[in-house]
Design a protein around this ligand. Structure first.
Ligand code: NAP
Length: 481
């Protein structure tokens, strides 16, 4: 299969926060890979901006080091790298002061797409937006990209939306949730809406329950101060897991069009029932295997923030009433795995007297590692002696099925940045969607005010209590492995 690269218009992309961790690990290496793939046209430029005084040459050396560190060896090409680095400029700009803005304005060109990536703390979004307008650097055709976290509750998200709306139209604002840039996440829509196979069964009549798991083996060290204020519910559930739930549960949009898709996602969020206290379990990892526990990692022995959360959600609409959605995410768990498992109901009647070995059909969509799908189906166990049933997987790794192209999928950030340049908002969150997600999340967080999470051993599936969340319904979590 031949990889298709769709070129974009020439652009000036200004990255505020260009000396930061996200720029170093994701944005700069990602843009280099797109350059190598031939997607970035000649005449495009990347302009780094941050407070640090730095020459363009020093910024190129910083970018070269980032490429060295975060781009795989088989993607290194000295000539391409030199040509890419030659596209980089740097301006020292203070988001909150007047330094650098005139110089930045002088660098901008007419006749190319102008995009501004706010890879800085959200507290700076307002002053950046204001100065971009004040110095006529951004106009009504420009695009701004904003990073997570988009608020820490409904009130702060509303305030951020209002700040951005003072300077930009909604159609100019690209709120990143990098999960939406993952190949398999988009594949959820292709699997559901480009095949007739699943959709007739995709409802409460045939689906017993859905499990969404995002498990990590790492702890919170390195992000401890941010994480301890946030916890898993704000860091993962309100955004990434909510997006996965929406893509699984939404109605078919009338077209694969940004607002049509986002309208349908919004309807799912609004149809979510409030979560009851008995349907949530929170946890904190203990020390173990030579690693500190959560409380040591965040250096706060009194912390009540959760590094694990499992909950049961219900969607009150015609399609899903009665089908629970179990969500679980955590740090320091047994394995790094993200997957969605749709478990179907029993056939209405078994024609086999001896239905030994019968198990439910399960469609597992793996986001990582080894992106792909796995459908568990029943067949006859080979051999004489009657009809015995056995469950076998129909397993498809996208990398294997798609050959070289599948093994070479762009990183989520690369794809999303190119979508910004293309002006396609489908994979970005709309302001009302983010607010609706907070409106559901806030009361959940209020439920545990003053309560300590359960402990769990590192390298496990989380607290025992989370197992009970499903056992009491006669269901089981899939193993994390
Ligand atoms: P970081 O490493 O702390 O970098 C912050 C950047 O902002 C630096 O380049 C800093 O440069 C610049 N900056 C700070 N104050 C400034 C000012 N007044 N004017 C201009 N520039 C200023 O943060 P980060 O990890 O890259 O995160 C950036 C954003 O991405 C945050 O919103 C974060 O929540 C989000 N995010 C990050 C990650 C990640 O993996 N890192 C993941 C998801 C989301 P100077 O000090 O030189 O000014």
């Amino acid at each position: 299969m031949v990889s298709r690269v769709i070129p974009v218009e020439p652009f000036d992309l200004v990255v505020f926060g260009a000396t930061g961790d996200l720029a170093r690990r994701k944005i700069l290496p990602g843009l280099y890979r797109r350059w190598l793939a031939g997607q970035i046209p000649e005449g495009s430029r990347l302009i780094g901006a941050a407070r640090s005084a730095m020459t363009p040459g020093a910024f190129r050396a910083f970018a070269a080091q980032a490429i060295d560190e975060f781009v795989a060896d088989d993607k290194r090409d000295a000539a391409a790298e030199a040509a890419f680095l030659a596209r980089l400029e740097y301006v020292a700009v203070d988001a909150e002061g007047q330094t650098g803005w005139r110089e930045l304005a002088a660098l901008m060109r007419d006749g190319v797409v102008r995009a501004f990536y706010f890879s800085v703390a959200p507290a700076l979004f307002g002053s950046l937006a204001e100065r971009l307008k004040q110095h006529a650097i951004a106009d009504d055709a420009s695009r701004v990209v904003v990073e997570k976290p988009f608020g820490s509750d409904l009130e702060t998200a509303r305030a951020l939306n209002a700040t951005l709306a003072r300077h930009f139209q909604e159609a100019q604002i690209y709120r990143i949730d990098h999960y939406l840039g993952k190949e398999t996440v988009q594949n959820l829509m292709a699997v559901r809406f480009a095949n007739i196979l699943f959709e007739p069964l995709w409802n409460a009549q045939y689906v017993d329950h859905v499990q969404i798991t995002v498990a990590e083996t790492v702890g919170v060290a390195g992000r401890a101060s941010y994480y301890d204020k946030s916890g898993a519910m704000r860091d993962m559930v309100q955004n990434h897991m909510m997006q996965l739930l929406c893509l699984i549960a939404m109605e078919p949009p009338y077209h694969f069009d940004p607002d049509a898709v986002r309208d349908e996602k919004l309807k799912v969020i609004r149809a979510l029932d409030p979560v009851r206290a008995e349907n949530i379990v929170r946890g904190q990892y203990l020390p173990g295997a030579g690693q500190p526990g959560y409380l040591e990692d965040v250096e706060n022995p009194e912390s009540q923030s959760e590094s694990f959360v499992a909950l049961q959600a219900h969607i009150s609409n015609w399609r899903w009433k009665g089908t629970p959605f179990y969500l679980r995410t955590g740090k320091r768990l047994r394995a790094r795995v993200s997957e969605i498992a749709v478990t179907f109901k029993e056939p209405p009647h078994s024609i086999f007297d001896d239905a030994q070995g019968w198990r439910e059909n399960v469609l597992v969509i793996r986001l990582q590692p080894d992106e792909g799908m796995n459908l568990k189906v029943m067949i006859k166990e080979p051999g004489p002696g009657g009809m015995r049933l056995v469950q076998v997987p129909l397993d498809m790794s996208f990398a294997e099925a798609l050959g070289a192209e599948g093994a070479d999928m762009p990183d989520a950030y690369e794809r999303l940045i190119m979508d910004v340049i293309r002006g396609n908002q489908t994979l970005f969150m709309r302001g009302d969607e983010v607010e609706a997600a907070w409106a559901w999340t806030d009361p959940v967080i209020d439920l545990w005010d003053g309560q300590k999470p359960h402990d769990y051993e590192p390298g496990t599936s989380g607290p025992e209590e989370a197992l009970m969340l499903m056992h009491r319904d006669g269901r089981r979590w899939r193993e994390i492995r």
